[in-house]
Ligand binder design. Structure first.
Ligand code: URA
Length: 435
């Protein structure tokens, strides 16, 4: 087999076989196929597309290019959740303790933030003592014992995707649906869960800006999951404004804990209950979605989900007293306020700008080597659809460095848009794709 012939075949609209895809991914991972041939192939895929069968085969080839986690040592059904990423997305911090409090097993490998979106690992590290560095044995035994664990990614999951993604990034071939779906799903499948719930974000702060793209991505990923024999379900959810009110690190952990206490912003609570209910049905701990929803709402109300969060934090070396009193999590003492300049309605919040404002404060990384400041962040007092009077506080920024604070405020001011009439309200759950 020659890579040249495979490029020629795809260029002319041919369908690659599983053997050809395996050959290509194996060769590329080991360095036998050079970047220039692979970039010709990804460009041909951009023009000719891939069938669902090809996309599934590509995903499995990338999944098998490195380590795959063996979670068989954990009793019960392991359910994973994946979000395509957004601003203020603290979902895993609330969702994992909530669903594991009713018996769903959650073995989660998470990442750090880069660019305008945050990472679960950085957020968790704002809890004093908390360690995200576990051995694989400790990780598996913790999930088996208490129902959940979250660790930083150590295993080399899907190295073919890592190499291919870096190549796509510099050859204008990122935005091809089959390539995006196979990239995300190869890593999810390598992480070893029995069932997967996907949160496909849609809007100005998301990878998929419009509904058509988000639906297509959700459908492509669900199709891959089924191809791999997994239980899978996707929700398309709103990311046209930040999720909840808090954006940052410690400040997001506070909001995640408030939600575990039965409070928290309504959009965030609904998202967590929806994703969680589907996870419960997959794990067999509830007979249907509605009974799962009621069960989880009761776990929030009764404090059982919060107790599970405390168990999880303690198991990973953290100080559980911060869970019972989240205000102990330190937030930067210097504040700046963004005020409305006119009467009217908030007609939109440019989500990516809010993420960039948090980054400017020091809450994120521009390069992998940057060190983040867990204390800085933003609290949005007004969100899309709210009526405001000139002078009302829209948002507050918390910072430790005056120059960064000023820069953050300047960016945040660009995020808010105003109108004279109330905009149509967008639901948090926009749609779903059944597995
Ligand atoms: N995220 C990924 O992991 N891969 C893509 O291709 C796009 C977003």
């Amino acid at each position: 087999m020659r890579m040249y012939d495979l490029i020629e075949k795809k260029k002319c609209g041919g369908i690659l076989t599983k053997e050809e895809i395996d050959f290509m991914i194996r060769g590329y991972t080991h360095g036998d196929i050079p970047d220039y041939q692979m970039s010709a192939m990804t460009m041909a895929i951009c023009f000719q597309g891939m069938t669902p069968q090809e996309t599934g085969d590509l995903t499995l080839a990338m999944r098998d290019s490195g380590d795959t986690l063996d979670l068989s040592g954990i009793r019960g059904i392991k359910v994973d959740k994946h979000s395509t990423g957004g601003v203020g997305d603290k979902t895993s911090l609330t969702l994992a303790p909530l669903v594991s409090s009713v018996g769903v097993k959650v073995a989660k490998m998470s990442g750090r933030g880069l660019g305008h979106t945050g990472g679960t690992i950085d957020k968790l590290e704002s809890i004093p003592g908390f360690s995200t560095e576990l051995t694989m044995d400790a990780f598996i035994s913790q999930v088996d014992r208490i129902g959940m664990a979250i660790m930083g990614q150590t295993a080399e999951l899907a190295p073919a995707d890592k190499k291919l993604y870096a190549l796509r990034d510099v050859t204008a071939t990122v935005d091809q649906m089959a390539l995006i779906a196979s990239s995300i799903m190869s890593k999810k499948l390598a992480a070893g869960a029995d069932a997967i719930v996907l949160d496909v974000k849609c809007g100005s702060g998301a990878f998929m800006r419009d509904r058509k793209g988000a639906d297509a991505l959700a459908e492509a990923m669900v199709s891959i999951g089924k191809h791999a024999g997994k239980q899978i379900w996707a929700y398309i959810t709103d990311m046209d404004q930040p999720l909840g009110n808090a954006v940052g690190n410690a400040i997001e952990v506070r909001e995640a804990i408030e939600t575990l206490k039965g409070k928290g912003p309504e959009d965030f609570r609904e998202l967590v209950l929806t994703l969680g209910s589907r996870m419960c049905v997959f794990a067999g701990v509830a007979k249907d979605f509605d009974s799962a929803y009621a069960l989880l709402a009761e776990q929030l109300r009764s404090g059982k989900a919060l107790e599970q969060m405390a168990r999880f934090v303690e198991a990973q070396g953290g100080d559980a007293s911060y869970v019972f009193d989240e205000t102990k999590l330190k937030i930067a003492a210097h504040t700046k306020q963004l005020k409305a300049e006119r009467d009217g309605y908030i007609s939109g919040i440019a989500c990516a700008e809010v993420g960039m404002a948090s980054l400017a404060l020091g809450g994120g990384r521009e390069t992998k080597a940057d060190i983040i400041d867990p204390e800085v962040g933003i609290y949005l007092y007004k969100k899309t659809g709210d009526a405001v009077r000139a002078g009302d506080m829209l948002a507050e920024l918390y910072y430790n460095d005056e120059k960064k604070g000023a820069e953050g405020l300047e960016r945040l001011a660009k995020a808010y848009r105003f109108g004279d009439t109330a905009p149509e309200k967008r639901a948090i759950i926009l749609g779903e794709v059944e597995g």
